[in-house]
Design a protein around this ligand. Structure first.
Ligand code: PMP
Length: 285
């Protein structure tokens, strides 16, 4: 992704794509002092853009690395990047990190917090799984306790075990991995929240140890509009056997049906299809 034409917004101005570099002694590279957002732009408009910008600032605050830009400035940066690259349907990646500076130890208080925004075209996150239902592996790693790491932040450090688990899943021919949390409850995928359907009602994990995704919140709203009962609760893995349908939600993943998790199978049923298609309308409305 580094060798492309285009513009990236970096620390307040647009720079050439290939020139958007950081120093090897950036604190973030050594100690994971990095937070980010993943968003999608539909027909020229970034869906829930302000909410993503607010979450980015909140993630920065949770990691004690306040980002030196306002929501309005971040909004303007994202718009500038989408426009400068001539994009209308795109993925937008904002990232903020502790740069190189006075300190090279664990403490980074004297190093600047930097920020960049890039955008590019990105099709379906799970490729053709979007149509036929994704196959998920069950990760051997567990989502950590909120007493271990700030789980409400969209922070790079939370993705280390995601990458490791996704590599294992892909080697098994799966699209992604599903995590249990530190207590053993069903948690989320490596970049998406998870929903189940049983007897016409929807069940989704509580967000006491995972990211409360913006897509998750949108989909819960859509289900309530449809008078479908939504149970946000702790879900035991043993319950998966009785679940009939399953889907994932995420800004990149959108609404992706799940056909299989480990040995459990799910149908791509009517409600899954309705929500997946409905979401495509909501993001463009
Ligand atoms: N969980 C994780 C671990 C994620 O990376 C994402 C993607 N940001 C989500 C859930 C879904 O969040 P959202 O719907 O806000 O994109």
């Amino acid at each position: 992704y580094d060798d492309r034409d285009g513009k990236i917004w970096m620390d307040g101005k647009l720079v050439d794509w290939r020139a958007a570099n950081v120093h090897i002694l950036s604190h973030a590279l050594h100690y994971a002092s990095s937070v980010f957002e993943g968003e999608r732009c539909y027909d020229g408009k970034i869906f829930l853009s302000r909410k993503h910008s607010e979450r980015l600032l909140n993630s920065g605050n949770l990691l004690d690395m306040p980002i030196p830009y306002s929501v309005d400035e971040i909004e303007a940066a994202k718009q500038a990047v989408v426009a400068a690259n001539g994009l209308t349907n795109a993925y937008v990646r904002a990232v903020a990190w502790r740069g190189a500076g006075e300190d090279m130890g664990v403490s980074s208080a004297r190093n600047p917090v930097r920020m960049a925004v890039a955008a590019w075209e990105w099709g379906d996150y799970y490729g053709d799984a979007k149509m036929k239902g994704a196959k998920l592996d069950v990760a051997k790693w567990k989502r950590p306790s909120p007493e271990t790491i700030p789980t409400a932040a969209k922070a790079a450090g939370l993705y280390m075990i995601c990458t490791m688990s996704k590599h294992v899943a892909e080697a098994k021919g799966c699209s992604d991995a599903m995590f249990l949390d530190y207590r053993g409850y069903v948690a989320e995928a490596t970049g998406a929240n998870i929903f189940f359907v049983r007897d016409g009602e929807v069940h989704t994990p509580l967000t006491d140890a995972i990211l409360n995704g913006l897509t998750r919140q949108t989909v819960i709203g859509m289900l309530k509009d449809r008078q479908v009962k939504v149970h946000e609760r702790h879900i035991e893995p043993s319950e998966l056997e009785s679940m009939e349908q399953c889907w994932l939600t995420g800004s990149a993943a959108e609404v992706t049906p799940v056909g299989q998790i480990g040995d459990w199978n799910f149908e791509v049923g009517a409600l899954t299809k309705d929500i997946a298609q409905g979401y495509e309308k909501v993001v463009r409305s």
